[in-house]
Design a protein around this ligand. Sequence first.
Ligand code: MLT
Length: 207
Amino acid sequence: MNAKPPTTFRHAFAHGTSDRTLLLLHGTGGNEHDLLSIGRALDPQASLLSPRGKVLENGLPRFFRRLAEGVFDEEDLIRRTHELADFVAEAVERYSINQRKIYAVGYSNGANIAASLLLLRPGALAGSALLRAMVPLIPDVLPDLNGTPVLLMSGHHDPIVPPENSRRLAGLLGEAGANVTLRLENAGHQLTNYTIDATRRWLADRP
Ligand code: MLT
């Protein structure tokens, strides 16, 4: 029988002093280093696992293909979501991560694949902070997210993610049983100090 080949992602890993790990997922054009300082500010004790998206759009890394702004290649998204979940499972072994304490923190494209992980591989994450996320896909069968904490930090004036889309995502995750907090702030698509501070406080309430 052939062993499954390891799922490789270029990534950064920083050991923390607590048993929580933040899975940091960058936005389009980012890389594995992008969110490390934000991750450290969000939880100074957590380990940080930060993969680089493998899809290149005009040379810019992403986590899955899109056909146009906000129009996703669903087949690719599904495949890449499972690939990322497999990578996380392998990182659990490699870095002795507590699998039950992995929180995704994703921005934009990274938030969208984190939402897709929740919807397609519900066991992979203990919780998720989705910064400027939109509905990535609607699964045929809703997962059982059974109280999984999810924070959505969205912008009232986001030209890429209209607030109505954030509300739909909150509704979808809530219908699946997640414990969703949706915060619409007076901002656009870019992260603000408020985004980081509210996310830090949300994480601190869930040690
Ligand atoms: C982006 O530019 O990354 C989009 O807003 C989100 C996405 O394409 O997933």
